[in-house]
Ligand binder design. Sequence first.
Ligand SMILES: *Cc1c(COP(=O)(O)O)cnc(C)c1O
Length: 437
Amino acid sequence: MSEEDETTPPRKAARAEVRLGDTIGFATRAVHAGLNPSLQGTRPTTVPIYTATTFLSHDAQALDGVLAGTQPGYVYGRYANPTLTSLESAMSALLGVDDANTVAFSSGMAALHAALFLCELEPGDTVLAGSELYGASHTMLATLFGQFGVRVRFANMADLASVRAALGEEPTPRAVLFETISNPLIRVADVAGISSAARAVGALTIADTTFTPPPILQPLPLGVDIVVQSATKYIGGHGDVMGGLLTVADPDRVVALRQISKLGGAILGPFEAFLIARGLRTLAIRLERQCENAATLARRLTEHPRIAAVHYPGLVSHPQHTLAETLLTRPYWGAMLALDIKDAAYDDVLRFFDALKLVLPATTLGDIFTEVSYPLMSSHREWSPAQLRRVGITPGIVRVSVGIENIEDIVADFEQALAAIEKPTVTTSQPLAAESE
Ligand SMILES: *Cc1c(COP(=O)(O)O)cnc(C)c1O
């Protein structure tokens, strides 16, 4: 409001209240009374959860202007909502673009779906996708877009030469979809290299940066066109809300993006927006602790006799350690890692999960608690042994999302669970959740 006062002549306040006369009936009074409490010149320190589906303009002329798009303002909840605007502006600020360049969606998948629509794909078009893409993203391309004649070509995004080769094949891809860090082997994509190679052939880049939210990685200065983040993960960060965020580099795409959100209708709810915005306020300090914990856990487990390998970009043994050094903002090496438990078969990993007392077996990531997931049981369940071998996923690979707990407690839990699977145990009926001790 104060901003408006500085830039525009004072206007009447938005039409606030039905003028209630003395003769008005009780039911009418109950419906309309007290709807516009005055803040008495004060301002709340946080953004309210605006649940209103509709916003009133100060007069019909103004409403006409808002609907015509010649005047800013809120009209209907599916078009825009101030609680969402606040979250969208905040993420734009963290990614270094104008407020309007980010739109919030009801999930990461909804944001990704919108990103692909933004590429104006037509039947016969090809999308170049990472070969280790998030399962649902892969399936969405193959089914929802596949049924309209969109084709998918795959490339190993950790190998710039094969990305270039795949971009050079006919037909030239219209879009490139990749994840900054792959699941589950934590391979790092050469974001700048992929973006410039795509640009050279006229393809748009969509980077799914869910594993590397800002400040870990800043995708837009590296040439990415469209940034997609599952806010369900690090940005929300507490395992209690689902959402997605899409940010475009080019302001000329903002109108098309808003149109897709309006018509697709997968908008974020205001309560969810509030929770995600609340999470975002502590993103930097959560990540600081998570990354520090991850680096320590990676180092400690590398030395463990039961661990064959630890995949973590902060370790010099990581194949893209040098690339990660140029992409990731120090001191952040990310908080995702993968362990390869030596000689472990499927059942050994299930026993390992049951033996964990603090760490949660959960098929998500980015939360304040440390969680493990087993690709062979979840994300890569449908993959054939040959496919798994080709990518390098062995039966002992366990993905870890490191939380903010005390690092000694995390390390101790991994160590005791690794010790527990040394000796065969009887099958347990213990649920896959933390035990209270
Ligand atoms: C979780 C996830 C998604 C999907 O996000 P949702 O919020 O579950 O829809 C997409 N990409 C990656 C890398 C993810 O981890």
